[in-house]
Design a binder for this molecule. Structure first.
Ligand code: HEM
Length: 406
């Protein structure tokens, strides 16, 4: 069969995800609202040059992400993975069931609401620690560097049992993998180095176990023959990679959105009701939808999406930011309204690959955002909004730096 995802004869297709308006850095690229209103699905060019159908409407996103005729399998469809790493096991987000669920099942127990709630006091004390370090370092400071990135990075390191002293090593590799312009060679090198590092760590933990996820996987799964050392290293790599950049960008971009909407910020600052904070975090997740360019699949059969035929072998990209601004689901969807019921948003994806770490991300955001606003009530941007550098070049949206003062 011909590869339907290779660029064709030079016809000019719109780039996905499109260009955001400098005046509304929180809004998805304006072109996506047009795609949502138009019939059918737009044919787009992805940042890696592949051709795909974009799925911009909420109902279609949910229906299709739940459809088993779609594949995330990077072995069957190498176009889903930018690097085929020889000698590394497949990462489970790039597998289909039942293989995918065989691996994912070994991790779900670590991320239940109950397990994550038990970590909340610990997360709170880390938040306080980095808040004090931020205050000691400024003003002004780059809040990404002093607060937004260290909190999730340390949380995920402690959970996995990865020494946080190595954070510069894994943060730079992770950032390389998240950058759209990274070459195949750089990508291979970064992922090979991370994998090698984690495989060494897994072997060390086998000799010297600790109270951490990697040690538990060895004791409960490797010993039983369910997982190999290499499987454990790969699962750890996925979690380490997925677990800190995403949440870090939500903390930084969420803070910025609140600074730009002071009355909404008051809503979080002035409440002692955890339910109000939880609802506010859901709305920020919906409104900001940072997963701008990462949800891709291939149709394994001919299917119809919103009345539009998609052929076997064609690629799809799911417009999470667009779906979460669908007015047919969220009233006045372009407005940030922390009092609305935003549950049902698809900021964590949908279906079998829905975010494994979402409960943990929620707890981190519910702790980090209110603490910052309360401790520094006159927090403000230290440069004009127009001077900020937004992460158009990354798979996960956000700000590269957030200079603030108080
Ligand atoms: C999957 C978003 C935090 C681990 C996903 C997906 C999205 C997402 C949209 C679906 C990808 C797809 O279907 O192709 C986010 C956002 C976060 C966040 C917005 C922060 C606010 C975390 C954290 C972890 C994590 C803290 C740590 C464990 C994962 C994993 C997957 C995933 C392992 C793959 C699941 C699978 O394929 O079965 N995330 N995530 N994420 N996320 Fe998150």
């Amino acid at each position: 069969a011909t590869d339907q995802t290779q660029p064709n004869d030079g016809t000019s297709l719109p780039d996905y995800p499109g260009t955001r308006s400098p005046r509304c850095p929180f809004d998805p690229p304006p072109v996506q609202a047009g795609w949502r209103r138009a019939d059918g699905l737009p044919r787009v060019r992805l940042s890696n040059g592949r051709i795909a159908w974009a799925v911009p409407r909420y109902d279609d996103v949910k229906q299709v992400l739940g459809d088993p005729r779609l594949s995330a399998d990077g072995h069957r469809f190498p176009q889903l993975m930018e690097t085929q790493q020889h000698g590394q096991p497949q990462a489970f987000p790039r597998m289909d069931d039942p293989e995918h669920s065989r691996i994912r099942r070994t991790l779900t127990g670590e991320f239940t609401v109950k397990r994550v709630e038990a970590m909340r006091p610990h997360v709170r004390s880390l938040v306080d620690r980095f808040l004090e370090e931020t205050i000691a370092a400024g003003p002004p400071v780059d809040l990404v560097r002093t607060y937004a990135l260290p909190i999730p990075s340390l949380v995920i390191s402690l959970l996995l049992g990865v020494p946080y002293d190595d954070h510069a090593f894994f943060q730079t590799r992770s950032a390389t993998l998240m950058r759209k312009g990274t070459s195949q060679e750089e990508r291979k090198a970064a992922s090979g180095e991370l994998f090698g590092y984690l495989l060494d760590l897994v072997k060390r933990k086998e000799r010297e176990p600790g109270d951490d996820l990697i040690s538990r996987l060895i004791a409960e799964r490797v010993v039983a023959g369910e997982l190999t050392h290499r499987d454990v290293a790969m699962s750890s790599m996925v979690i380490l990679h997925a677990g800190h950049e995403t949440t870090a960008n939500m903390i930084a971009l969420g803070t910025l959105a609140l600074l730009e909407n002071p009355r909404q910020a008051d809503r979080i600052r002035d409440t002692d009701d955890p339910k109000v904070v939880a609802a506010a975090v859901e709305e920020l997740l919906r409104y900001l939808s940072i997963a701008q360019d990462m949800l891709v699949r291939v149709a394994t059969e001919d299917i119809v999406i919103g009345g539009h035929p998609v052929r076997e072998g064609e690629m799809l990209v799911f417009g999470v930011p667009s779906a979460n601004r669908d007015n047919s689901v969220f009233d006045m969807a372009d407005v940030l309204d922390l009092d609305r019921d935003a549950r049902g948003h698809v900021a964590f994806g949908y279906g079998v690959h829905q975010c494994l770490g979402q409960s943990l991300a929620r707890v981190e955001l519910q702790e980090a955002l209110p603490a910052l606003l309360r401790r520094l009530p006159d927090l403000r941007l230290a440069v004009p909004l127009e001077e900020l550098s937004f992460r158009h070049d990354m798979v996960v949206y956000g700000v590269h730096e957030l200079p603030v003062a108080w």
